[in-house]
Write a protein of this length. Structure first.
Length: 386
């Protein structure tokens, strides 16, 4: 019998072929619960998890402080006919922690947040063309020409920009400067941003009269509480936050300079559940833990141990692994081919580890050194047996 959900699940990166390269009754397919850095499948088997909600969970699943805050908010009614005071309170805290954001709006998903940033930039500049670097979600504005269901005219208003190539980025931006509304970039794509590349983006977007948008969906709360903007001193016109900002609860933020954000009041960006209180309460509690427990420092420390293990494995199995890549907080192995990556993911799952065969594997506050060492040992065992 065919399932009710086309493609098995609504989240593409969690489909069996994405996680394991194939579907099999012997592989975990659906979870029954999750806690800390562990998940349990519907058969009751326990796994150490490095998918971590595709990076949306930095504190660990069901963190007690966040869970209590969400439960209290749910008991208070979630939504009403008036905006909640919590919306303004969380906005104030975010702007305090990330002062490069002078104003912001809340939304529910990262894709929605980046789309809102693009609309604000287009409204602020009265231009249409957008250059993008990285993955910015599934919505029409950033899909390649020929994507089924996306109008050609929409795809024509978007073009790709290279990562960490200052000279090419400069040339591309200058070639379209008079039509350019925004440059949207992920600051980390398998490596840290090159300072020269960032400087070129900042300089050339300002010269073109365009808006630099930093897509911090994966990096906020992970490489620093304030994300890449804090860690590498990037100063964009707009920033988009998501994923770990509410430790897995659905919340996104688009914010930035007040003069740019003013355009949000001159176009239409709204959502019925943008300011529901459960996710806002989860975000406030998450920020409290991030700061109190210095979460990014923990992620850097245990992530460095994991990445060091990856490098050792790459040296030990050069025929299977091309390289270890990424940052400690979000790293992965580059395998020789899909067959190897699938075999490793399947082998790890059979030994109680959910290991992502592509970018990225994420550590959390719940991962410790002992768990990391156990995981590297499992990977070694699997690779040795291929």
């Amino acid at each position: 019998m065919k399932g009710r959900i086309p493609g098995f699940t609504s989240t593409g990166s969690k489909r069996p072929e994405a996680l394991f390269g194939a579907a099999s009754a012997a592989l975990p397919s659906r979870m029954s619960r999750s806690l800390g850095c562990r998940v349990w499948d519907t058969g009751g088997r326990e796994y150490v998890d490095y998918v971590m909600g595709l990076g949306a969970v930095a504190l660990g699943y069901a963190h007690p402080h966040v869970t209590r805050a969400a439960q209290d908010a749910a008991a208070g009614g979630v939504v009403s006919g008036l905006p909640p005071e919590l919306e303004a309170e969380v906005a104030e805290e975010l702007c305090r922690l990330m002062p490069w954001m002078e104003q912001l709006r809340f939304l529910k998903t990262g894709a929605e947040g980046v789309a809102a940033a693009v609309r604000i930039a287009r409204a602020a500049t009265d231009r249409e063309l957008v250059l993008g670097c990285g993955y910015h979600g599934w919505l029409d504005w950033c899909q390649a020409e020929g994507t089924r269901g996306v109008p050609r005219a929409t795809s024509a208003a978007f073009a790709e920009l290279p990562f960490n190539d200052a000279a090419r980025a400069t040339a591309i931006i200058r070639s379209v400067a008079d039509r350019l509304a925004a440059v949207v970039v992920e600051p980390v794509i398998a490596a840290a941003p090159d300072p020269e590349w960032i400087a070129a983006l900042e300089r050339e977007t300002e010269r073109a009269g365009a808006v630099l948008v930093l897509d911090e969906i994966k990096t906020v709360g992970r490489v620093a509480v304030g994300g890449a903007a804090e860690r590498w001193g990037i100063r964009p016109g707009l920033v988009v936050l998501g994923k770990a900002i509410a430790n897995g609860f659905p919340l996104a933020v688009v914010g930035g300079r007040a003069d740019v954000m003013d355009a949000a009041s001159h176009t239409w960006i709204s959502s019925t559940l943008a300011a529901e209180t459960v996710s806002l309460a989860a975000a406030r509690a998450t920020l409290e833990v991030m700061v109190r427990d210095r979460v990014p420092e923990h992620l850097a420390r245990v992530g460095a141990r994991l990445l060091a293990g990856f490098h050792e494995l790459a040296g030990r199995y050069p025929g299977r692994i091309r390289a270890a890549a990424g940052l400690p907080e979000m790293c992965f192995l580059q395998f020789a081919d899909d067959e190897t990556s699938s075999a490793v993911a399947v082998g790890c799952a059979s030994r109680g580890v959910l290991f992502k065969r592509t970018a990225y594997n994420f550590v959390s506050l719940a991962h410790d050194e002992a768990v990391i060492d156990e995981t590297v040992g499992v990977l070694d065992e699997v690779l040795a047996g291929l």
